[in-house]
Write a protein that binds this ligand. Structure first.
Ligand SMILES: [Zn+2]
Length: 131
């Protein structure tokens, strides 16, 4: 215990128990109490909530950007649209023979156009045997 401080447990007439503090310690405690009161004032609470929401939005934006960067958008753009798929489904499908020589596979593909040969999966990569 420092020499300038009074000993503890010296109750006054009102029942308070005064404690001697240094000026610097008192200033620190008063500043801490003022900060704590300010921290819980409604406008500061609103500011803190807005900051939290802002950080959440920034986090969502970063996650969304990362997901978008991970997707190959050219492949997505090359995929046929639902309207295009519906239009293709609307066309009647006529059975087609595989274009490879001596292949008797019959295919039900609407594409490509009737003037072009179609190939079964076995001859899809080996069209050299085409008739
Ligand atoms: Zn074939």
């Amino acid at each position: 215990m420092r020499s300038e401080q009074k000993p503890l447990s010296t109750q006054d007439s009102a029942g308070h128990d005064p404690v001697a503090l240094s000026r610097a310690e008192y200033e620190r405690l008063a500043h801490d109490a003022a900060c704590w009161r300010r921290y819980w004032q409604p406008d500061v609470v609103t500011l803190r909530q807005e900051g939290e929401a802002w950080r959440e939005l920034r986090r969502f934006r970063e996650i969304s950007s990362a997901i978008s960067a991970a997707i190959d958008w050219s492949a997505v753009a090359a995929a046929p649209s639902h309207a295009e798929l519906a239009r293709r489904r609307a066309e009647p499908v006529t059975p087609r023979r595989c274009g490879a020589r001596d292949c008797r596979m019959v295919l039900s593909v609407p594409w490509p156009a009737p003037g072009h040969d179609v190939f079964c999966p076995r001859h899809e990569t080996n069209r050299a045997v085409a008739a």
